[in-house]
Design a protein around this ligand. Structure first.
Ligand code: DHE
Length: 551
């Protein structure tokens, strides 16, 4: 039997109700806390409506059969399939894991919609375009700046890639997710998980936010117009909730158009309200964004030439579309369909799905992937997996290497068990692809980097991160001693020259961690960027490599 009572609205803007179902009772206060934790930690993988995506569905029919104890165990310890160990890693307390085990047995609550008028209420042009610099004010090599996401403190650090000095720290959205640059590189865009988009002007002596707007309640992607004639003109945000595509003016972030992505699954034709926008990538050749709609398995080729009246070419692909990147020619976009262990290759010149390739691994997770010009296979694109130890490379050149095109030409096994790779990255000048493994349950495997030789296509070395950067630390919180343990290195980014790569130590916001800089040739640690400001660094985005999609 369900009893429902209304409570105050959350800061998030979610409608909340305090529930009790049979033996499970949560107070309004507990409900509010659990809703916030669910949004912060769980909704990304399991869906706002808890219907599942990268993670399984968490609907009461299933969760009630599992019971509080089993759910609590999973939330605390994680699973080999990629579910993080929220309790063991110190991110949730024992009491919080129990609360979440109860919360997910109660019915999900639909969050509110958002109109353009709602968006405009949060819109701020902090520095109008006419008051901004007309040329770079800085003498620094700003195209080699790195934007670093300081995830849990909701900030972006701009670090000089030449000198490794901190140039500026700017506030961004809650649990900031990714950064992208405009075609000229002058503007860097950030998207927060709360749907707040902000734009930083890198031409300023001390870069700062020049405009911001909250376009939805939950988002993961942002990109810009990169085609000739449209450089720096528009930005686009992909929202998880309300599931939608929001086009903005590039310099001021004024909203221009919003399009809902709720639609029908490509295969079974079921209506899906929560059809979330996963990755977005800008075509360099025509005014088009490749937009990947997760739950329906559709790729939308979104022509923004007339942004109020967009042309949308819908392609039926595979589920659940997540992250991906360009091949070397930037004609084909390769995106993970993680529920089906496949990669979809989209031919953006012809506007069609070129191939759907089973990877042989579990839960492909490429980030942007890694491109290699291989002596035997020709141009190939590689992806890692969250749920298995496979790094697989796929041939991407049907014209000159037909035999290998759209086939897995190589499966490179990471050593040990437990999967847990999130990102791989390379640079045309580097001999190596570097892979992380932050969600592997084994502490040793989690705290190493894996070096793959691009010719041999095999792991030739593992790099153990120095213990001092990953060792557990004790901190005082509200008079109590808490142990926090960094997850290990996450996300790799090369500098403009491609002669060094940076990795973040994914720590807890209570203690500073570090960004480690390795020599890309000798693979030796050459710098550690440290300071009180280095809190929860995750994604890093080199301006030049992001402008040109170099990976
Ligand atoms: Fe991401 C890319 C979604 C958790 C760091 N992540 C992406 C993209 C999507 C996505 C759709 C592709 C964006 C694009 O290219 O336009 N991420 C999600 C989730 O739904 C998920 C699984 C759970 C959630 O609740 O958000 C999730 N992501 C994370 C993290 O926990 C990571 C590791 C740390 C963090 O800072 O949040 C993380 N995701 C990243 C990074 C990229 C990314 C660094 C960009 C990779 C690149 O090199 O371009």
């Amino acid at each position: 039997m369900l009893r429902i009572g209304m409570s105050a609205a959350l800061a998030l803007g979610l409608a909340t109700v305090a529930f009790a179902a049979d033996d499970i009772k949560l107070s309004e206060e507990e409900m509010k806390k659990a809703t916030q934790i669910y949004f912060d930690r769980c909704a990304g993988c399991h869906g706002m409506l808890r219907k599942g995506a990268l993670g399984p569905n968490l609907l009461p029919k299933k969760t009630r059969a599992m019971g509080t104890e089993t759910l609590e165990y999973i939330i605390y310890n994680g699973t080999p399939g990629g579910m993080p160990d929220w309790g063991a890693s110190g991110e949730l307390t024992k009491a919080e894991t129990e609360l979440m085990a109860k919360f997910i047995q109660l019915p999900p609550v639909a969050p509110p919609e958002k109109s353009i008028a709602d968006m405009k209420r949060s819109w701020k042009v902090l520095v109008p375009p006419e008051d901004r610099p007309t040329k770079p004010e800085t003498k620094r090599n700003w195209r080699n700046y790195f934007g670093v996401v300081l995830r849990d403190v909701g900030k972006v650090a701009i670090v000089d890639g030449d000198t490794k000095e901190l140039v500026s720290i700017v506030p961004s959205g809650f649990a900031t997710h990714i950064l992208r640059t405009s075609k000229s590189g002058r503007y860097m865009y950030a998207i927060g998980r709360d749907g707040k988009a902000s734009v930083i002007d890198l031409w300023m002596e001390k870069p700062q936010n020049v405009a911001e707007i909250r376009v939805c309640n939950d988002a993961r992607s942002i990109d810009t117009s990169k085609a000739q004639g449209y450089e720096d003109e528009y930005a686009v945000v992909g929202c998880y909730w309300p599931p939608s595509i929001v086009t903005l003016k590039g310099d001021t972030l004024e909203p221009i158009q919003v399009v809902s992505t709720a639609s029908y699954t490509y295969d079974t034709g079921e209506f899906t309200r929560e059809a979330r926008v996963a990755s977005i990538v800008a075509n360099h050749h025509k005014p088009e964004w490749v937009i990947n709609v997760k739950e329906t398995g559709q790729v939308w080729l979104y022509n923004y030439a007339d942004p109020r009246n967009p042309k949308i070419h819908m392609l039926m692909a595979e589920r659940y579309l997540h992250d991906g990147g360009w091949d070397l020619s930037k004609r084909y976009f390769l995106v993970a369909a993680n529920a089906r262990n496949k990669v979809v290759a989209v031919d953006t010149l012809k506007g069609k799905v070129e191939a759907i390739i089973p990877t042989g691994g579990t839960k492909p997770h490429p980030g942007r992937g890694a491109n290699v010009k291989h002596p035997k296979y020709g141009p190939i694109w590689c992806t890692g997996h969250i749920g298995s130890n496979d790094i697989v490379c796929i041939g991407t050149d049907p014209k000159h290497h037909k035999k290998y095109a759209w086939k897995v030409v190589k499966n490179i096994k990471l050593p040990g068990d437990g999967g847990g790779n999130l990102f791989i990255k390379t640079h045309p000048k580097s001999r190596y692809i570097i892979a992380d493994r932050p969600v592997n349950p084994d502490r040793d495997l989690q705290t190493q980097l894996y070096v793959i030789d691009k010719k041999k296509l095999e792991v030739v070395k593992t790099i153990k991160v120095p213990e001092k950067y990953v060792k557990p630390r004790k901190v005082e919180v509200n008079g109590k001693t808490v142990e926090v343990k960094p997850r290990g290195p996450v996300h790799i980014e090369f500098n403009k020259k491609g002669d060094e790569f940076w990795v973040s130590i994914w720590g807890n916001k209570l203690v500073p961690s570090a960004i480690l800089v390795y020599d890309a040739k000798t693979l030796k640690l050459k710098n550690a960027i440290e300071g009180d400001w280095v809190r929860t660094p995750t994604g890093k985005f080199n301006v030049y490599n992001t402008m040109y999609d170099i990976y």
